[in-house]
Every structure is written in structure tokens, then in C-alpha cells.
Design a protein around this ligand. Sequence first.
Ligand SMILES: NC(=O)c1ccc[n+]([C@@H]2O[C@H](COP(=O)([O-])OP(=O)(O)OC[C@H]3O[C@@H](n4cnc5c(N)ncnc54)[C@H](O)[C@@H]3O)[C@@H](O)[C@H]2O)c1
Ligand SMILES: N[C@@H](CC=O)C(=O)O
Length: 495
Amino acid sequence: MELMPDATLTSLQLPPCALLINGQWRQSAHSFPVVDPANGQVLAQVASASLDDAAEALSAATNAFTHWRRSTATERSQLLQRWHQLMLQQRERLAQLLCAEQGKPISEARAEIDYAASYLNWFAGEALRLEGDWQHPSVAGRQLLNIPEPVGVVLALTPWNFPAAMVTRKLGAALAAGCTVLLKPAESTPLTALALAELAMEAGIAPGVIQVLPCATPDPLAAFLIASPQVAKVSFTGSTGVGRLLMQQSATTLKRLSLELGGNAPVLVFADADLDAAVTGIMAAKFRNAGQTCICINRVLADAKIAPELEQRLAAAVMALQVGAGQVDTVQIGPLISAKAVQKVQQLVEGAILQGARLVCQQRLPAALQPGPAGGYFFPPTMLADVTMQMGICQQEIFGPVLTLQTFTDEAQALQLANQTDGGLAAYLYGGDEKRNYRLARQLTAGMVGINATAISDARIPFGGVGSAGFGREGSKYGVADYLQLKHLCWELAE
Ligand SMILES: NC(=O)c1ccc[n+]([C@@H]2O[C@H](COP(=O)([O-])OP(=O)(O)OC[C@H]3O[C@@H](n4cnc5c(N)ncnc54)[C@H](O)[C@@H]3O)[C@@H](O)[C@H]2O)c1
Ligand SMILES: N[C@@H](CC=O)C(=O)O
């Protein structure tokens, strides 16, 4: 069984490993390595933006905004469409890059490229649907007009778990609205973002509309840009802790904010659920990207009547998952993003077991995937039962391939357990009683609820959370609205 391919480096078509400022690729004084998390090999050295680079990029974005905001919606739509087409033409190259720097299985990387491209297609359509309105005046002779206008220069901070889709989800909406962008991709996965920017330039998007600022240390760069009144909006996907910090930093200049932060998704499985569908849905939503997805299931809550059977079926599925380097076609679980991530998941599992959780099963990784001097940040698929809400593993996003199971005896307890969190991004439920499904869906603390379904991600849905999972919606028509502000015109016409 092949677990570790060795041809990754030779087959990758790297993008410019540079900064993109005002349509020009350029190096900077410092660079940082991008590493394949499956083996620790350096894939590329990427230029690291300094504060001077950031200032120049901001000035380019500010200048470009004066003309980009006046472009017609049709022009913006056509450019987004062209970018979308180029992404699809280069699907395999982009998927290989994404797989190499992020680690997810190649099938998931291809699916992410399709998903990412679908945001450009969607927002190309939304650009054409931007509308304002006219109101009846209370004073004769007046015209009252409400016109959507782009908010201005946007700082987009994207995470490493979806290096393509989070870029297009933010940039597609921003560009459709008429905003210009400073994109700072996650330091562990800048290559996919750079390749996407290369295609945006090829599509004909004007210099200055998109700047890309990879940076080894994001904190000072983001703080510097957020302090500037020229940046009108910040859109961030990542942890709740960093989201809080960015909100504090944004207070001084009162920026518009979209924060898509950590979730703690429960799935409720009732006794009348279709268990085949539930097992398939849970496995897909728990183990997507090795558990490193903001809408991954964190907690399986099962009716005590079917819990033993569900446990047995899930355990068999967990033990059957194939772990290895993402480039191998049959692999389902790739490495985690870093050694730190492996350590965090390990601590959560050990802490839960110390507090009384039962280890149902855990794969034994082959020697080639064990942590060693060559790197390779693999974590074995694991299942824990008898977990409680007092355990860190239930309070935090696990962000790793660990499935936890607890039980409930009635609907009220199911809801109470599910909602024991200070915020929610996604929640799921499986059950045969549609009235109960609807009742619970309305009461779950979450921005999105999957009912007998877990594959909810789609460019046309308003993606976002409540409470500590953040605010703002991405995708859908609401995603563009986050980049617009209404200008009201009260127009006294001489009759
Ligand atoms: N919602 C999501 O999709 C998502 C994505 C990444 C991480 N997380 C959560 O966060 C946990 C920790 O992961 P992490 O350490 O990579 O998350 P993080 O929030 O610290 O980092 C996410 C990205 O944000 C950027 N960032 C970090 N600090 C910043 C700052 N001060 N200013 C601007 N940008 C900054 C970095 O580029 C990084 O890649 C994960 O285990 C997971 O629970 C959630
Ligand atoms: N998984 C999310 C993105 C954040 O993790 C999605 O499905 O869009």
C-alpha cells in the first residue's frame, strides 16, 4: 500500500512566490518557507510583506478603488466569469498545489477548487443583481433614492484549511460589489492564493484591484492595515480568539467586519433516523479535511436507544479510513496542518480520557506516518464515547480526526446538550419526524442547520454563525450585501 508519494515537488507548477502589488509581482527583503505537512519538505520560499510593502499595497488599492467602483456591473461580472473559467481550466494544477501545501486528500482538493470556482460564478451573477430602490416622497417634488455603494478597500484574511474557497468567497463578493482588496493568505498555505491571483491577472482584472501580501508573521501586518482609516472593511476566517483581537483593533476606525470563526457543531441522531444515512453523513462531515473544517461535527449526540448500534457502525467506519499523504488517490485522511495542531488534538484526547471518556477505537499509524525527524503531521482517526460537556474536547473545536459520542434520553435533553456552547456555526440533525426536525432546527444555536444532511456548503447559501462563531454572511446575496453600504439621495427637483 503506497502511503507517501515522492514526486510532489517535481510535478508542482508553482505560482510567483512573491507579493502582488498594483499588478506587479515583486520580491521583498524577507521570505518564509511553505512546507508540505505530509513530509516536512519545503515546497517553496515565499516573499514576506513588510509594513512598507503593506503601505504601498494600500495606496494601490485606494487608487484603484476610484475607478473600479465606477466600472459597470457587467464588466465586473464578465471579469469574474473569466477568472472562474481559468480556474476550471487549471483545476488539476490548483488542486495539486492545494493538496501539497495544505495536506488534504487530492479528491477533496479537486472538490475545493470546484467549490472555490463556484463562488466566482455565483458572484459574477450577483454583480448583475445589485439593486437599490426608490421611495414615495413625503414632500411633493422630491425623489428619494437608495443606492448600494461599495464600502471601499477590504482587508481579507484567509485561513489555511480552505486556501482556495475562502479566497474566492471573500474576493468574489468584494469585487462584485466594486471594492478593491488586500489579501493576506494564511502563512502555511499562500501558494494556492498566489496561483489564484495569477489567474485573476490573466483574466484581465485591473492592477490594484487585488493585492496579495503573504507574510510570515501576520499580527503586525494586519494591525498596521487595520489601524488605517483607508481600509473600510475586514473579513476574517479563523479562530474566535483572533476574531476578538481583530474586532478590538477595528474599534478605533469603526470598520465593517465579517468574522467567520470557530464552530462546535453538534449532530443529533434520533431513534427514528435512517442510520445508514446518518453514518454516511456523520463520517463525511466529521472527517472532511481530517476534521479541520469550521463546520465539522464536533459532537455526536445519539438517542440512548440507538447509541450502541451507532457506536459500533461509526467505529467500524473510523477504523476503515485510509490515512496517508493526500496525493495518493485512495487516501481519505491527510496530515494536520502543523505539529502544533497534532499536539493540540493529542492533548484534547488525553484530557478527555483522564476525565473519564472511553476510547472506543484508534487506528495505529504505520511507521512511515509516525512523527519523526522528517516531519509528517498525522493524527490517527480516533473515536471517544462517554464524553461530557465538562471536557475540553466538547468545549473547543477539535479540528482533528476525532469523533466523540454522548447520549440523550429525550428531545429536551438533546437540545440542551446541543446548545451548551456560546455560539454556533453549523448544527445537524438526523430523525424521521419532520415536525420535530423543524422544531429543533429553529431552536438550535447555529447559523446553519443540516436536516438529514451534512453536505451543506454551497455558494448560494448564507454561510455564517451566531455568538462566538462570528457574524456576517458569506456566499448568497447576503454575502455581497456585506461589502455594500446604502447611500440615500433626497433630491428636490424643480417642477
Ligand atoms: N473557522 C475556521 O475555518 C478556522 C480556520 C483556522 C483555524 N480555526 C480554529 O483555530 C484553531 C487554531 O488554528 P490557528 O492557530 O491556525 O488559527 P488562527 O485563527 O490563529 O489563525 C488562522 C489564520 O489567521 C491568521 N492570523 C493569526 N493571527 C492573526 C492576527 N493577529 N492578525 C491577523 N491574522 C492573523 C493567520 O494567517 C492564520 O493562518 C484551530 O484549531 C481551529 O479551531 C478555525
Ligand atoms: N468548511 C467551510 C469553510 C471553513 O472551514 C466551508 O465549507 O465553506
